[in-house]
Design a binder for this molecule. Structure first.
Ligand code: ZN
Length: 95
């Protein structure tokens, strides 16, 4: 979803979320319900580091409502993912 900016002649600018490239050229003003025109503005450019941060936040938000679940046990011959553990975890009993 992308934030698009619209302007009502009476009430000024407001923002509305739409899918990228699917924003209509006109929208209803949230105050008066009149026609507001989409405003073309400069895109926000973010660094790769901030993009990674935004991506992590987005994944976190998504997992709150739509968590990824394991639906079956992996086959016994499947490669196991190595998980680094703190030394405290090595003290726990193993199967
Ligand atoms: Zn208005």
């Amino acid at each position: 979803m992308t934030l698009y900016e619209y302007t009502c002649h009476t009430h000024g600018a407001f923002e509305s979320m739409h899918r990228l490239g699917e924003a209509p050229p006109d929208a209803s003003c949230p105050v008066c319900g009149g026609t507001a025109r989409r405003v073309i503005s400069a895109p926000v450019v973010i660094s790769a580091r901030r993009a990674a941060l935004f991506s992590a936040v987005e994944r976190s938000e998504k997992s709150r409502h739509d968590p990824e679940l394991v639906t079956s046990i992996p086959p016994s011959g499947a490669p196991r993912r190595q998980v680094s553990m703190t030394p405290e975890l090595w003290k726990l009993p193993r199967p």
